[in-house]
Every structure is written in C-alpha cells, then in structure tokens.
Design a binder for this molecule. Structure first.
Ligand code: ARG
Ligand code: ZN
Length: 844
C-alpha cells in the first residue's frame, strides 16, 4: 500500500484526554485505555477508525457499553456517536518477543518504547497520526524499581507510579520506561525562574559515563534560551540510555530515550568524535521540545519540518560550542557522503516526499541533512535578523499546532514580504543541482555566469530552476581579497553576476561556506587550487581547494596511471606545517577523500569505477604522502600531544586528531613502532583506538587486538568499536573472511542494532571489500539482511541501502548484485520496510 501527501484528510475525531494503564509482564502486558473523543468540527467525516497492529483485543467499550469492533491487520472500525464519547479498551501485548524495537519492547531486562513514527499502534488502539494531539495520564504497574513516563510524576507507591503530561502531544511522543535504573541528577533554572530537575538514567555500572551528557543537556537548554528564546516547559527532564535502539535517540516529551551509544561517554571508553556526536544528539533531542513537540507535523510527509529545522539548530549549537569552520566542513563531508549519494541514485526523493509505503524508510539524509541545508539557505537569503524574527512568529503563531511546510514558509513570507514560491521547489524537487560556471574579465569588470542543471530522478524527469544562494569572494593574484564575501542570488537557469572596478582578473572563491547543497562542476587548474588553499580567507573553501586537489590527483592516478603528484604533496606539506592553522582543520585537510566519494565522482564523469583500483590508488597516495612528509611527521606528532588532563573539548580533540593523522602516516614508515608505544601508554579511547588502527594499517595489530578484547570484553559499546575496526581495516581480499569470523562469535548478537551495524554496516562501507570481484561481499550482505529482516525490519531496510549505488559498477558486478537483490525480494515473508527499499533499488 502506498500513501500519498495529496490524500490528506483531517481526522474524524479529536481527543480531549487519554488515560493509559500498563500492567507490565514480559509476554502478557495489559494496556488499558480510556480516551475522550470529540467529533472534529473541521470535517463531516464520522468514520471511527483506530490504528492497531499486533494487538490482542480483550475488550472494547463506547460510553460504558461493550462493543464488537471490526478488526483488520492494521486497526479497527466501529460505530461511534456524532457527539463526544468515551472509548475504553483493554489489549494484550508481548514486549519480550518484540525484536523490531518498535512499540513497547524489552532491552537488557528493561521495558522501553519507541513510537515514532507509527509504533504507538503496537501499544494500543489509537488514532496514531501526528495531527491528533492530547494530554496523557499514565499509570504503570510493575515490579521494576523505576517506572517512568512523560511529563510530571503525580503519585507512586510500591509497584506502581502515575504520570501526567499536561502538554497535548501526538502519540508518537509517548514514552514509557521501567527497569532497574540509576540516575545522575542535575538541575537547570530557566530564565523565567522555573527549576527543572534533570535526570540521566542508566543501568547500574554505567553511572561513570553520564557526566558529559548531563552537561551537554544544560548547555543546550541555555543555548536555546540565548539564541532562540526558547525555554523548557516542565519541572522534570528525563533521559534514559538503552542498549537496543534502531536509531540515535528520540525526543519523547520530557522523557528522551537514547541509544546508549548516543549518550554514554567517559574518556576511557569514548573517542573525541563520540563526545562531539553525543553533545550534538543531546542538543538535537532537546531542541525538538520546541521544533517537533510544541510545534509538530501535520502528517509524516512534513517530517523535514521538524527534522530539517532541528538538525539546523543542532548544527548551529555545535558551531557555537566548538569551531564553526570545522563543523561546517564535517557537515558537508557527511552531506556529500550520504545525501548526495542518495540524491544521485534510485532512492532519491524530495525533502518533502509525496508518497511512501513505510515512513520509517524516510528518516533519511535527504530529509534530515538536506532539510537542514534548506533552512540554512533560507536564513542566508533573508538575513539573520529576519530569520530570527520569522522564528519568533513561527513559535508564537503555531505553538500547539500540527503544521505543514506551507505554514512554515508562510511565516517567512509574512515577516519578510518575500515571495518564496520558487524557493519552495527545494522541498519538492529531488536531486542535487549541478552548478556550472564560466568567467570573463573585461575593462575592470569580472563576470561570473552560472548555469544550473538538475538531472532526472525517479518519478521526476523534468526539473525547474531553483533559487540558489551563491556566496562569492574574489582574490587578487597577489593573494589579497579584493571583494569580500558577497551573495549572488541565482534564480534563473542561467544567470550572470558582475563585479567592477577591478584592476586585474581576480581568482574567484565560489560557494563559500558551502552556501547551497549543489555540485560545483568548475574544473579549476591545480595552480588555482593551490593558490586558494594558500590564500582563501574562507576556511571552507580553503579546505575545499585542498580536497579538490587531492581528488584530482587520485582520479588521475586511477584513470591515467599517473604517479602521485608532487605539487599536491608540496602544498599538503606546507599546509600541514602552517602553525597558524587550527590543528583540527589541518587534520581534516590531511584526510583523503573517501573511496566511495571517488567512485561517485568517477561515475559522474562517465567512468565505471573499479573499487580495487580506487583502493590501490588511495593506498599508494597515502604511502607517498608518508614518505614526502617523513621529515616533518615526528615534530608534527610531538607538537600535537596534549599534556593536560583529558578533556573532550575542541582544542584538545583537534590536537589529538592531527597527532592521530600523523601517527597513521608514521605507521606506514616505521612498521607500527610509534603506534605500539602510543597504544601502550594510552589512557583514553581516542588515542587507544587511533593507535590500534595505525597498528592494523601496519599489519602489526594482532597483539593489540587481543589486549583490547581482554580489556574491554564486558563493555558493549567499546567492543562495537573493536568489531567494526577489524572490518574497516581489513584488506579487500580478507573482508568477507573477517566478517564471517566475527559474526560466528557468541558476542555477535544480531538483535542488537549497534553490534549488527558495527559488523555488517562496516562491510557495506568497505568499498573494495563489499564490491570484491568474487561477489562474496554481496552474498554475505544479502544473507544477513535476510536473517535480520525476520527480527528487525527497520534496521534491515536501512542497511539495504548498501546496494543503492549498484548501477555505477561494471556489468559483472551489476549482475551479481541484481541476483542478491532478487534473492531478497523473493522471500515470502519479507517486511514492508525491506521490500519497499529493495524494490526501489532494483527499479534503478
Ligand atoms: N525523531 C528522532 C530524531 O531524529 C528519530 C526517531 C526515528 N525513529 C524511527 N524509528 N524512524 O531525533
Ligand atoms: Zn530529530
């Protein structure tokens, strides 16, 4: 069944309030509901339909009278009055056997829930759609010491607790947790004087990993007051860490539930990158309290309304907490790796999709990350002042509402007077625009002529021109900036912008700060790139110039058999030794483009990528880099050691990142001696892991791997790193064997999404291993997807996107992949999630 945006109908009944009682039991939990329905005055439809899946109905009553509703696989219908009435039902569910991790399930002996998007219908019969909002009262009966739900606690006794959430919310924000949990507690006073208790709940033994998350929450609460004027609205804010979770975290009102990997951290067990990710996710979920909860989505087609905006807000937060330029570069790396890839293949869809079979398949990089880019462009176009003015109006006008993208854009039109009808195409048109550029210089006037082109995507053969904000700066050949960053607002298919009063032809720095999610096709000369790498005042474009150089060198090594280019190596050496540059920035600039990025680029230029050739060229270039930089590496490594106590802040992380990059180059020269020394001395996970990966690179990691396992065998999150690193670092010929060996271990528990992703996700991410000419990578992936689909459709469907680039590769590989995709499709019991994904991939 396919659902369409165009088919939206308002709900027939609205809800005044809900009371739920849970009698917890692993295989026979009873859920009693009492719901006050009222006819929706905005519609004459009086069909009474409640969603419900995998529920055993025990009894149902309307206004106290037992009824017999009509039951289907997806819900029930009944005769209901055209007047307010009370619905009462009792159902039975089985949390313990719920391996899909959607609805009420058990993780490590603890009960927890995940209701977004459509999981509440696995808890009880309900209009499970975000435009039906209601205050919830919840009673939990269970023997667990800690019983939590949304809102504020109202009463409790031995074996029970009651909660009330006064803020009307859709069912997807409902949450319940019951277990043996320990809290780390903090507090925050809002600027209007509300004292809020903050709890971070974990399993006994994890209490030493909570301090950072709690501080990140406090920082987020303060930031949202300072920057957006948004205050928290309850007396209590709970976060719970759970081990088995399909995604990162969930913004349930007053009771956020987190994948333990997205919240637990200590210096010994988490890397700098983990700390930064945790800070961002805590912020993200907290920011949803306004952008998502107080103002929610009318229907799931509007998902980007809350996700794009909330990602944009968490990106702003991280930029403010850490380094803005480093954050921008990392975000663009991620966007290109995941979203551009999606936009270029069979899974391409608009930021606001118009149809879906399974909404869980649309929690994508396009909706999240491209959704955030669209907000960033809007902010750039209207300017900061008007952006925040519009946001104030948005919060005021729509508080308590379930909204659409039209509502959102209307606010901007009303507050700025701008016509956003063309800009709106960013929400409906899929595909990454190509931006072609030509320039000319005459009589002191420099002209940039842009042409935009968006290639067809599935279901969208014809594309219209978009509004593209292009930030441009101009440099004179002596390296000074003659025109500071200026915004060129492109809206036509082809458009020119002129800059006059120049004495000589400038060097352009185009798309500064990556002002729009487009692909700039301009083939600058390597001399020009080296110039920008040395002189650009925009940190993003400075990095971009170096990246373009590296890419160009790699591509020519692959296509023309060139040797590593020494001009590139010289430029890299100069940049890396430039102490005026932030170490984090230098670490990013040393990194090579990912092998998948190279494959994508080759494909886009009409060359069939050979994963093995890409792998070998990357390896050769790394070796050449190590040799070319050999004389500066020891100093670089030494100069970036941190001598103070470990702190996961931007400053220290940057140094460790640069020292780690130096170490991996050193390992190519000294056989892993330095890496072993770092491994032996490491007192934090960042250094332990960078040493281990350098040792694996040098083929000298056997002892360290065993030591690591002995040290961390009881820590699941750390062992996930051990599992994935072995796959990531394996030689292409060995990847399948490594995966086979790791998945045969008793601690490879496929029911745990983190562990599954650590191994099978890493397989899909190893370009030359996954696309090994033997086809073993494909076969293994398909085997595991088939196995997991029977337990956890959501994670299976998500992971099937490993195959989404299959049309880039040669005939042989395509045939092998097609055979595997068809083998998956042929399963009789394939989930709706996976069949939608594999079906779309096959249709490429
Ligand atoms: N709203 C959550 C977040 O981005 C994501 C939860 C999605 N869960 C799912 N099963 N699709 O913060
Ligand atoms: Zn979110």
């Amino acid at each position: 069944q396919t659902f369409y945006l165009a088919d939206y109908q308002p709900p027939a009944y609205l809800i005044e309030d809900v009371t739920l009682t849970f009698r917890l039991s692993p295989r026979a939990t009873r859920v009693l509901s009492r719901i006050h329905f009222v006819p929706n005055p905005d519609t004459s439809d009086r069909t009474f339909f409640l969603h419900g899946e995998q529920l055993t109905l025990i009894s149902a009553k309307i206004d106290g009278h037992e009824i017999t509703p009509t039951l289907t696989d997806t819900g029930l219908t009944a005769e209901a009055p055209d007047a307010p009435f009370t619905w009462e039902a009792e159902v039975e569910i089985s949390p313990e056997t719920n391996t899909a991790l959607e609805g009420l399930y058990m993780s490590n002996g603890m009960y927890c829930t995940q209701c977004e998007a459509e999981g509440f219908r696995k808890i009880t019969y309900y209009p499970d759609r975000p435009d039906v909002m209601a205050p919830f009262s919840v009673r939990i009966e269970g023997e667990q010491p800690i019983l939590l739900s949304n809102g504020n606690p109202t009463a409790s006794g031995k074996g029970w607790a009651e909660w009330h959430d006064p803020w009307p919310k859709p069912a997807y924000l409902f949450a319940l947790v019951a277990g043996d949990l320990r809290a780390t507690t903090g507090s925050f006073t809002t600027r209007s004087g509300r004292d809020v208790t903050l709890n971070l709940w974990v399993r006994p033994g994890d209490e030493d990993k909570t301090a950072f998350g709690l501080q990140a929450l406090i920082d987020s609460m303060k930031w949202d007051e300072d920057v957006y004027g948004r205050e928290y609205d309850l007396d209590l804010f709970n976060i719970v860490a759970v081990s088995d979770f399909n995604m990162g975290a969930m913004e349930n009102k007053g009771l956020n539930i987190f994948n333990s990997s997205a919240v637990l951290a200590s210096p010994e067990t988490a890397t700098d990158a983990n700390f930064e990710r945790i800070e961002g996710i805590i912020a993200h979920e907290y920011f949803h309290n306004w952008t998502g909860n107080r103002i929610t989505c009318r229907d799931w087609f509007q998902l980007c309304l809350k996700e794009g905006l909330t990602v944009f807000r968490d990106q702003q937060f991280t930029s403010d907490m850490r380094s803005a330029s480093v954050k921008r570069i990392s975000d663009v790396l991620m966007l290109r790796a995941r979203q551009f890839r999606e936009d270029a293949g069979p899974l391409a869809h608009p930021v606001r999709p118009e149809q879906f079979q399974e909404i869980n398949n649309f929690y994508t990089a396009t909706i999240y990350e491209k959704g955030a880019e669209v907000i960033g462009m809007l902010k750039r176009l209207v300017g900061d002042r008007d952006y925040y003015r519009a946001l104030d109006v948005y919060f005021q006008r729509h508080d308590g509402h379930a909204c659409t993208i039209e509502d959102w854009l209307q606010v901007f039109e009303d507050t700025t007077g701008r016509d956003l009808s063309q800009f709106k195409r960013w929400y409906s048109q899929a595909g990454t625009p190509l931006l072609h550029v030509e320039d000319s210089f005459e009589d002191g006037t420099y002209t940039l002529t842009f042409r935009q082109e968006t290639r067809p995507t599935p279901g969208q053969p014809d594309k219209a021109p978009l509004v593209i904000p292009i930030a441009v700066g101009l440099l004179s050949p002596d390296g000074t900036e003659v025109v500071p960053t200026t915004l060129c607002e492109m809206s036509a298919a082809t458009q020119s912008f002129t800059f006059d009063g120049l004495t000589e032809k400038p060097i352009p720095s185009i798309l500064r700060e990556f002002s729009a999610p487009v692909i700039l096709t301009r083939q600058a000369s390597n001399a020009e790139r080296a110039f920008l790498l040395a002189h650009d005042t925009d940190p993003f474009n400075k990095w971009e110039a170096g990246r373009a150089l590296a890419k160009d060198v790699l591509i020519h090594m692959i296509t023309d058999g060139n040797a590593p280019d020494s001009a590139y190596l010289d430029a890299l050496k100069a940049m890396v030794s430039d102490e005026s540059l932030d170490p984090a920035f230098r670490a990013l600039a040393i990194a090579l483009p990912s092998q998948d990025d190279i494959a994508q680029t080759l494909h886009a230029s009409g060359v069939v990528p050979d994963p093995m050739a890409i792998h070998n060229a990357s390896k050769t270039l790394r070796q050449a880099t190590a040799e070319h930089l050999a004389d500066i590496l020891p100093d670089l490594y030494a100069a970036n050691q941190v001598h103070e106590a470990y702190q996961p802040n931007a400053d220290q992380s940057g140094k460790r990142a640069l020292a780690g990059a130096a170490l991996s180059l050193i390992a190519r020269l000294d056989g892993g001696k330095q890496a072993q020394a770092q491994y032996d001395a490491a007192d934090n996970m960042t250094q332990q892991l960078s040493a281990l990966s350098a040792l694996l690179l040098a083929d000298a990691g056997t002892d360290a791997l065993a030591a690591f396992e002995a040290q961390w065998k009881d820590d699941r999150l750390v062992m996930d790193k051990w599992f994935s690193l072995q796959v990531m670092m394996a030689k292409p010929d060995d990847v399948a064997d490594v995966v086979t060996r790791l998945t045969a271990r008793p601690d490879f528990d496929m029911r745990n999404p983190n562990r599954f992703r650590a191994v099978i996700g890493a397989l899909g991410g190893h370009l030359a291993g996954f696309h090994h000419p033997s086809g073993k990578g494909y076969e293994l992936m398909a085997d595991w997807l088939i196995k997991l689909d029977a337990l956890n459709p959501q994670t299976t469907a998500r992971m099937s996107s490993a195959f989404d680039t299959w049309k880039r590769f040669d005939e042989d590989r395509q045939q092998m992949i097609r055979a595997q995709l068809e083998r998956i499709m042929a399963r009789e019991t394939l989930s709706r999630d996976t069949s939608e994904m594999v079906g779309r991939i096959l249709a490429a």
